[in-house]
Design a protein. Structure first.
Length: 144
């Protein structure tokens, strides 16, 4: 197995509302020797005033300066525009050069979610990836 390279202080945090998927992810972290910088936080879905339903506030403790936000939940089955709250909740925790990856971009709800983010938070440069359900990487335009 190849050694994983990362910067000191790097932390990967997965928020998971499903115990089944939390256990699966923890197993993969352990199997690949990533426990020193990757963790799974149990994050039941809860109502956020003015935002909608999203992961537990408690699961966000200590998170700041997010460089990569990978949005692949909550599941579509939890309701329409289930992933829209991600930017509303985490926008102020993103680093200035953060990138956001939205999974499942072929779905209308994810397209509508990103359109709402653009209206609320400004322009985002999109790079599309041709994967099974579509994925896109978003970055803020460079200043200057």
């Amino acid at each position: 197995m190849a050694a994983h390279k990362y910067s000191p202080g790097t932390k990967v945090i997965a928020l998971e509302s499903s115990e089944k998927y939390a256990l699966r992810t923890e197993s993969l972290i352990e199997a690949h020797g990533l426990g020193s910088f990757a963790e799974v936080r149990r994050a039941p879905l809860e109502e956020w005033d003015g935002v909608g339903t999203w992961y537990s506030r408690d699961a966000l403790r200590g998170i700041s300066d997010i460089d990569l936000l990978f949005v692949d939940g909550p599941p579509e089955s939890t309701g329409p525009l289930a992933r829209r709250p991600a930017m509303r909740v985490l926008h102020d925790l993103l680093s200035s050069d953060a990138v956001i990856i939205m999974d499942d971009m072929k779905r209308p709800d994810e397209q509508a979610t990103v359109a709402s983010w653009r209206r609320e938070f400004g322009p985002l440069i999109e790079t599309e990836f041709d994967v099974e359900k579509g994925a896109s990487l978003f970055a803020r335009p460079s200043e200057g």
